[in-house]
Design a binder for this molecule. Structure first.
Ligand code: AMP
Ligand code: ZN
Length: 226
């Protein structure tokens, strides 16, 4: 009788653990999905399930001759692999800095240098306007400065999150990041609520402030500005 009880208990325990394991898996998948939805690059760029791996992709791309544009002793300039405009470069320091939240006073000169390199890049394409700055909450590891032309003419620009990540205050100009670092010695993390508000806000043209209803309409509209 005792053996039967023990046997039944072991079956019950196994089923209980299987059940709680499945619940934990479902919670993890849901968390990944919701993070992916807020991910400014989310679409077909990268599979959510591999986030841990692809978030390190810029470090590989710094060595990729197909993507590398130029380098000096402090930085590497690469082409964005999923450009959101006709010209979209990323400037990465050779020094390992994981992102804007790791910036400290001692990095001020490096940021100025990155800015100078960015301006140099834009001068090569002087027929274009550019935005130079950082995403408040980047997806990718390793500090990277976006240098992006404001035509936003690219098949990789697909979602409202893509659009808002470059045209709302979620995109922090290099000047504002440098000022904050100069004044406070570090960069304050943007709250999830604030990020969410910017990334989910209605589509709005960055040039004339009209409100297109959806991405195809936005794309048609912005093409009239070029
Ligand atoms: P974020 O981290 O949000 O500031 O932006 C990361 C940028 O890196 C996006 O514009 C992506 O299109 C781009 N990107 C993603 N993976 C790669 C990669 N492996 N090589 C180069 N650029 C990438
Ligand atoms: Zn417009």
């Amino acid at each position: 009788m005792h053996a039967l009880n023990a046997f039944l208990f072991s079956i019950y325990r196994r089923q209980f653990f299987n059940f709680s394991f499945k619940i934990t898996r479902v919670k993890t998948v849901l968390a990944t999905m919701s993070k992916h939805k807020l991910n400014p690059n989310a679409s077909s760029d990268q599979p959510a399930a591999k986030k841990g791996y692809w978030a390190l992709g810029l470090i590989d791309s710094m060595k990729d001759p197909e993507l590398r544009v130029e380098e000096d002793d402090k930085v590497v300039v690469i082409k964005d692999k999923f450009p959101k405009a006709e010209f979209h470069f990323l400037i990465l320091p050779k020094l390992e800095i994981s992102g804007i939240l790791s910036l400290r006073k001692e990095h001020e000169d490096l940021l100025k240098h990155m800015d100078d390199v960015a301006k140099n890049m834009t001068e090569k394409y002087s027929h274009k306007e550019f935005k130079i700055g950082y995403h408040a909450v980047p997806n990718m590891q390793r500090l990277h400065l976006h240098v992006i032309s404001t035509d936003f003419n690219s098949p990789c620009l697909k979602t409202k999150v893509h659009w808002n990540s470059f045209t709302s205050p979620f995109f922090k100009s290099s000047q504002s990041i440098r000022k904050e670092l100069r004044e406070n010695g570090k960069i304050k993390k943007m709250s999830c609520e604030e990020c969410d508000g910017y990334l989910k806000r209605p589509l709005q043209c960055h040039k004339c402030k009209t409100f297109p209803k959806n991405m195809p309409e936005l794309k048609r509209h912005i093409s009239t500005h070029t």
